[in-house]
Ligand binder design. Structure first.
Ligand SMILES: Cc1cc2nc3c(=O)[nH]c(=O)nc-3n(C[C@H](O)[C@H](O)[C@H](O)COP(=O)(O)OP(=O)(O)OC[C@H]3O[C@@H](n4cnc5c(N)ncnc54)[C@H](O)[C@@H]3O)c2cc1C
Ligand code: SF4
Length: 331
């Protein structure tokens, strides 16, 4: 294990300043991803700053007009069990409940969840040698290697990894906001802009900069929130990351879709919003599976499967239809 020192933060501004000034310092919340990365030598911070003592960051609060603010230190299990979250945004509660295990969800924080790093096996393997995310410039072993679990959208030759967070997919569908504290004040980042595509700098997963502390995620009121569902397809039914997942939400007039929200996980370096399909779904009947599939297919024109993951193209479309129909049952 890489040696490190540990200190505890009790003041957000001091924590932000310490992080901004020290490139060898990392925040730690639940530690369920960071400690694993340190064991795999994919992260080697010399100093850990435990942020669990920071005030007012574990709350789940109602926002005016029906939104919800979730503190970055709220635990996954607490958010999944919160009655307001379950009632207003079932897609968020389900994305959390289908993730990891009960023990992990009790430890893992919301901020840490959206910051977790890819599960690409080459990235997690200290001996793999070629991984641009681990060692920039070293190449991508997955591009022509074992890439069954990798991206079909938005990848680059430098990296074909996917983002592993289930919660992130639900938050992208709901157009949540990531609230960040930094030395110069507060920054509010639209969720769909929080994670990055790999391009030529896959070592950067998101747009945060040194000295940025996530303090909360805000989910504005959405007319589609109540009629929402998270569908996760994986190799085994529990304790497994998604092969493909869908966050679907609809507002309806009877069985006719008025508006739809769709985001996918397991298909790209960031949660992948199906914007073209969302527009095409307007007016479609939830009972017309062919029409739903035709609308969803319109977002798959730019899918670029790799050698071992072409199955995801069909699987993802079927999953999206199913998730929409289940979401529609809740409206
Ligand atoms: C076996 C296993 C299975 C899993 N399965 C799933 C799954 O199916 N689906 C899923 O979504 N996840 C899964 N996970 C991932 C798990 O959800 C994450 O490890 C967890 O959410 C991370 O939260 P944490 O508080 O422990 O973060 P930490 O490990 O403490 O931190 C993770 C990263 O976030 C940074 N960070 C933490 N808080 C903040 C903050 N407030 N501001 C800025 N940076 C911050 C840290 O510096 C670090 O870089 C699994 C994990 C394991 C170990
Ligand atoms: S896909 Fe990305 S994380 Fe995986 S080996 Fe290639 S560069 Fe590394």
């Amino acid at each position: 294990m890489h040696p490190f020192s540990l200190s505890r933060a009790d003041d957000p501004m001091k924590a932000v300043t310490a992080h901004a000034l020290d490139p060898q310092l990392a925040f730690i919340a639940g530690g369920t991803d960071l400690v694993g990365l340190m064991k795999d030598r994919a992260a080697l911070p010399e100093r850990l700053l435990d942020i669990n003592g920071l005030p007012n960051m574990a709350r789940i609060e109602k926002l005016p007009r029906g939104g919800i603010r979730i503190g970055a230190l709220a635990r996954m299990s607490d958010v999944a069990a919160d009655m307001e979250v379950r009632h207003r945004f079932p897609v968020i509660a389900e994305a959390l409940l289908f993730a990891a295990s009960g023990q992990l969800r009790n430890m893992a924080s919301i901020g840490g969840n959206i910051m977790q790093r890819t599960r690409c096996a080459y990235f997690r393997d200290e001996t793999s040698g070629r991984c641009n995310k681990r060692i920039p410039g070293s190449g991508c072993a997955a591009l022509h290697g074992l890439n069954r679990n990798h991206a079909i959208f938005g990848w680059a030759e430098a990296c074909v990894a996917t983002n592993p967070s289930d919660l992130a997919v639900a938050l992208a569908a709901m157009d949540a906001i990531v609230v960040v504290r930094r030395q110069t004040g507060e920054r509010r980042i639209p969720f769909v802009e929080f994670h990055r595509l790999p391009a030529s700098t896959p070592e950067r997963d998101n747009v945060l900069e040194r000295g940025d502390l996530i303090i909360a995620v805000e989910v504005p009121a959405r007319q589609e929130g109540r009629g929402s569902h998270y569908l996760k397809i994986r190799d085994r039914q529990s304790y497994e990351f998604a092969l493909v997942s869908v966050a679907a939400a609809v507002a309806t007039d009877g069985r006719r879709i008025l508006s739809a929200r769709l985001a996918m996980g397991g298909v790209a370096h960031k949660p992948w919003r199906l914007s073209v399909a969302e527009s095409a779904l307007s007016g479609a009947s939830l009972d017309d599976g062919d029409a739903l599939k035709a609308a969803i297919r319109r977002s798959f024109g730019d899918a670029r499967p790799l050698a071992h993951n072409a199955f995801k193209v069909e699987l993802a479309q079927r999953a999206a239809v199913r998730a929409l129909q289940i979401a529609g049952e809740r409206t």
